[in-house]
Ligand binder design. Structure first.
Ligand code: UD1
Length: 343
């Protein structure tokens, strides 16, 4: 198939291109080469065309004959402050709308969309007494006292996490999350209006070789790695018990290839995760142990707006796309301790 990959020079996009090429697809690779992701590197890597998805005529020139678009291009992170909003709105929301319009004009009816677990907001919680509940927001009184778990809205009990399925409500809580949710909604509306098909892949915590170094927009794995390279111990916030699912970039590339090859029809969303939940303390410890250096430090500090636990159910991606993560985080994080980073 002829597959147009956006964000093709990025951490995930470059691996998606490699996986698609290895499976015999004809890849058209584009990237806007934004300095936030590529620093001073202004020339795209070999085989990548410098095109911004917001450039309608640039996209229109490339889309005829394309069977599937694999849309990885996005401004990432959680957003530092409200001044970031137009950047997310422009690149992520508006960029997707231009792409969908140009796909429609060119007769391309299939989209694979890089979405994110952030669309779920808080994650899923059970009360030991009242069962599944929507948690109360964490209060500064609790957080300052070192009580990091959410409480039950009925009786105030501390809650336990549970796996989040794709049918969970979408409740974005950051600028980035708002833009990823908007991308999904535009794509769903486009699929209904055009009879096209969309597979939205909700990535959990992606890590692996060539992950961007520590920036205000980086995920925690890159922050821990960068600290170790500076000779500092990783600083683990709260009590380190925050649960996440770390999925290796090679698995993310593999699920994209599976989604490109599976025509599901209509709009379908899937969690992309390893299925092996891990605490933030364990992530830090595994990287430190592999390096043989200093142990992580649990600071007890917290970031306002951080999600306590977000852990996904991998069943639907396995059932429909045949995707099962090949890399166990225990192995992948050990390898990641020495992997090259970018930027
Ligand atoms: C992150 C991204 C989110 C992305 C998602 C999936 C950010 C800010 N968040 O969400 O946009 O969609 O992964 O890839 O990029 N922590 C520490 N020490 C640190 C930094 C963080 O202990 O130095 C803790 C945080 O308090 C949090 C956990 O690590 O509990 C995860 O943090 P982070 O990776 O930033 O955010 P996620 O919520 O997992």
């Amino acid at each position: 198939m002829r597959v147009l990959v956006t964000g093709a020079a990025g951490f995930i996009g470059s691996q998606v291109c490699a996986a698609l090429t290895a499976r015999g697809h004809d890849v058209v690779a584009v990237d806007a080469m934004l300095s936030a992701a590529h620093g001073d590197a202004t020339t795209p890597p070999e085989g990548v065309l410098e095109v911004d998805v917001r450039d309608a005529s640039g996209m229109a020139a490339l889309l005829p004959g394309v069977d599937v678009v694999c849309h990885q291009a996005a401004v990432v992170g959680a957003g530092v402050d409200a001044s970031d909003a137009p950047n997310y709105g422009s690149h992520n929301d508006y960029g997707t709308t231009v792409l969908l319009a140009e796909m429609f004009a060119a007769g391309c009816r299939r989209l694979v969309l890089a979405s994110s677990m952030v669309v779920y907001g808080q994650g899923g919680y059970d009360c030991p007494v009242h069962g599944p509940v929507d948690p109360l927001p964490r209060t500064t009184v609790d957080l300052d006292a070192g009580v990091f778990e959410h409480r039950c809205p009925i009786g105030g009990e501390e809650l336990d996490w549970r796996l989040v399925g794709e049918d969970a409500p979408l409740r974005p809580r950051s600028l980035y999350a708002a833009s990823k949710t908007a991308q999904e909604h535009y794509a769903l509306a486009w699929a209904e209006a055009t009879g096209g098909s969309v597979v939205a892949l909700r990535y959990h915590n992606v890590y692996g070789p060539m992950m961007p170094r520590d920036t205000p927009y980086s995920g925690v794995a890159a922050i821990f790695r960068s600290a170790i390279e500076r000779g500092e111990p990783p600083r683990v916030f709260e009590d380190g018990g925050q649960m996440r699912d770390f999925v290796h970039v090679a698995d993310v590339a593999a699920v994209n290839a599976a989604a490109v090859e599976a025509d599901t029809g209509g709009f379908a969303a899937f969690n992309v995760c390893s299925g092996r939940p891990i605490s933030i303390m364990d992530v830090a410890t595994r990287i430190c142990e592999a390096r043989g250096g200093q142990a992580p430090v649990v600071t007890g500090q917290y970031r306002s707006g951080d999600v306590r636990h977000i852990v996904a159910d991998p069943a639907a991606a396995a059932e429909v796309l045949g995707f099962r993560a090949a890399v166990d985080p225990a192995d992948g994080l050990r390898e990641f301790a020495f992997a090259p980073l970018r930027g």
